[in-house]
Design a protein around this ligand. Structure first.
Ligand code: GDP
Ligand code: MN
Length: 384
């Protein structure tokens, strides 16, 4: 759905950084990093990567957020890895944890059951809080209120290629709202009822699809992928589970206009987006409705499918930017542009030309991909 028709790549080929980069205007933007003290090593890895491949030229500020207090070692170490301004903020109870309209015992019981059912992160209460914070609160954190744009950064991510233009400015110029690098399928058991509520939101507000909603719909069987995937069933207890603090019981689970969710979502550990959109009445209404269903506790709704379904309901394909040219990895999933093959030794015929020293630098990510950048598909990045 997000094709070149709606959305063109911002940079083609290997662009050198502009010698005038310091004089170019900056967006009103910041990196947002949610983390705990114990994640310092992963945070350093991410900082080194984004600084080397982008921010050493652009110096965008960082906002670090935590539900606890960052310790002095964390703060001092982080500041060693960037010359950009850094702020550290605490997230208070209004944005983290159980809201007062939830019975914490009911919610905790819901979380415990998901743990028993071995749902990924389902039994971890803090993870539920994190997802809800990123779904409905981060953009209202006092330290972010002054910003119009953010770029989300997580511990343990890696950028493979130099980003030699300002993605915020490009998004502004192209009138974009939300940018992603990777779209993947959600684990079905984490979101059994999410679509029911998203669909109800759309219907209650008489929202007509602007063309993006369809990206999240299961397609008719004949168009669809392998038949075994279609047959995949949820465990009985999940099918029967009712959101426990549900005050939206009037929503008929069948009334989804014959549509169902294909589990696709933008992987939100990378995001570049307009904060305005999250702060809009429409998004706020969406979050409130989703939140009141209890799905952040009684299921394990991730912020990624929440952001994606909100985009589906409210945005058009032309509002979305696919950063095809960003080489990016988080844990086991990565996106590599055509001329930046997966993190590996250069492919034939380069392999035999690779010296031991180069191999070592590749291992340390000092040097990236082919010594002779190949420009495939007209999409490229500077690989180093
Ligand atoms: P995954 O990427 O889905 O496996 O989840 P992560 O463990 O990476 O968590 C996503 C983001 O939320 C990361 O930036 C974490 O540092 C952050 N995070 C997760 N749980 C907590 C928490 O309890 N407190 C804080 N401060 N950050 C958290
Ligand atoms: Mn992560």
């Amino acid at each position: 759905k997000i094709s070149e028709k709606h959305d063109k790549v911002f940079a083609t080929g290997c662009m050198p950084i502009s010698p005038d980069v310091d004089k170019e205007p900056r967006a009103n933007a910041a990196f947002v990093v949610l983390a705990r003290n114990k994640e310092l090593d992963g945070v350093i890895q991410s900082l080194k990567s984004i600084e080397r491949h982008f921010n050493r030229w652009y110096h965008y500020p960082y906002v670090f957020l935590n539900d606890g207090d960052f310790d002095d070692d964390f703060k001092a170490t982080v500041k060693n890895y960037t010359s950009a301004p850094v702020e550290f903020g605490k997230i208070d109870n209004a944005m983290w944890g159980f809201p007062d309209w939830v019975d914490p015992e009911v919610a905790k019981e819901g979380v415990r059951k998901q743990g028993d059912a071995a749902i990924m992160y389902g039994g971890m209460e803090s993870y539920h809080h994190m997802c809800r914070f990123y779904s409905g609160h981060f953009y209202k954190h006092p330290l972010l209120m002054k910003y119009e744009w953010y770029w989300r950064l997580e511990p343990e991510i890696k950028y493979f290629c130099d980003i030699t233009y300002d993605p915020f400015q490009k998004m502004i110029e192209a009138n974009k709202t939300y940018g992603f690098t990777i779209a993947v399928k959600e684990l079905r058991e984490t979101v059994p009822n999410i679509f029911r509520y998203a669909s109800a939101y759309k219907r209650k507000n008489n929202l007509k699809s602007k063309g993006l909603w369809e990206m999240f719909l299961e397609r008719p069987a004949e168009e669809d992928a392998p038949p075994e995937e279609k047959k995949e069933k949820l465990p009985e207890e999940i099918l029967q589970s009712e959101p426990g603090v549900n005050n939206l019981d009037d929503i008929d689970p069948e009334a989804m206009e014959g549509e169902s969710y294909n589990m696709c979502h933008f992987w939100s550990n990378f995001e570049i987006a307009r904060l305005d959109w999250f702060r809009s009445k429409e998004y706020e209404d969406f979050f409130q409705m989703m939140d009141r269903s209890g799905g952040f506790w009684m299921e394990r709704w991730g912020d990624a499918p929440i952001h994606s379904l909100a985009a589906g309901a409210l945005l058009a394909p032309s509002d979305i930017h696919y950063f095809r040219d960003f080489g990016y990895r988080h844990t086991t999933i990565q996106h590599c542009p055509a001329n930046a093959p997966a993190r590996q030794l250069p492919r034939e015929p380069y392999l035999e030309k690779t010296t031991d020293d180069e191999k070592k630098r590749i291992e340390e990510d000092e040097y990236w991909a082919s010594p002779d950048p190949v420009k495939e598909n007209g999409v490229g990045c500077r690989c180093r």
